[in-house]
Design a protein around this ligand. Structure first.
Ligand SMILES: [Zn+2]
Length: 116
């Protein structure tokens, strides 16, 4: 959790982001936006994730927070535009070793990211 809080701070979110760990969620991370603060829910499975992958996921969630109108794919594209393409690739490689690959509706696929 310390690592994730440090990463969140490094992205300088526009409001305080409380980081809460959850167990066996059907997501790695999810963000809820409230009036004065946001809560980032982080599944325990992220403990074993390499730091670049965690950075890509935190940034993804913070982009949702700053622009709720963006689609999953739009958010991933923004992650790449901000210079975190390699981090996003690191996440997909880690994820694909264990689970089904992302489909287009889930966000950008690894193949799309590699060719972006
Ligand atoms: Zn998302």
């Amino acid at each position: 959790m310390k690592r994730i809080r440090r990463i969140v701070r490094s992205f300088r979110p526009s409001k305080p982001v409380l980081v809460i760990e959850v167990n066996k969620a059907d997501y790695y991370m999810a963000v809820s936006n409230y009036f004065l603060l946001a809560i980032l829910f982080v599944d325990k499975s992220c403990r074993k994730m390499p730091t670049p992958a965690v950075k890509a996921l935190v940034l993804h969630e913070l982009i949702h927070l700053e622009d709720p109108t963006l689609s999953e794919r739009g958010v991933d594209l923004r992650v790449i535009q901000l210079g975190f393409k390699e981090h996003l690739i690191s996440f997909h490689r880690w994820h694909n070793k264990k689970f089904k690959k992302y489909k287009r509706k889930d966000g950008l696929t690894l193949d799309e990211i590699l060719h972006e």
